[in-house]
Design a protein around this ligand. Structure first.
Ligand code: FES
Length: 101
């Protein structure tokens, strides 16, 4: 099953086929930074991809718009994903502060 490792906390959890990264984290009892509640509007959930970037699902229109806005504020668009929109197919490692029980 696909897994996500979240640094710097070193948390790790499995992601179901029909889940986003953030949905899986919530299911496993973690809190994930969000303002919009996972509707793809606030970008507070975004992660920096450290490893396994090719193991994410495709970027949809909503996520692409969010990544574009993040790029305009200095983030590398090739290295960020929205946790509330991104599905995971394999093992990935991301950096996200504020993820905790
Ligand atoms: S939680 Fe708001 S954009 Fe992901």
């Amino acid at each position: 099953m696909p897994t996500v490792r979240v640094e710097p906390a070193g948390l790790e959890f499995e992601v179901g086929a029909a889940e986003t990264m953030m949905e899986a984290a919530l299911r496993h009892g973690y809190r994930w930074p969000t303002i919009c509640g996972g509707r793809g509007q606030c970008r507070a959930c975004f992660v920096e991809v450290l490893d396994g970037g090719d193991q994410f699902g495709p970027i949809g229109r909503c996520e692409a718009e969010g990544i574009q806005i993040l790029a305009e504020s200095g983030e590398d668009p090739a290295a960020v994903r929205l946790a509330c929109q991104a599905s995971v197919r394999g093992s990935v490692t991301v950096r996200k502060r504020g993820v905790r029980r």
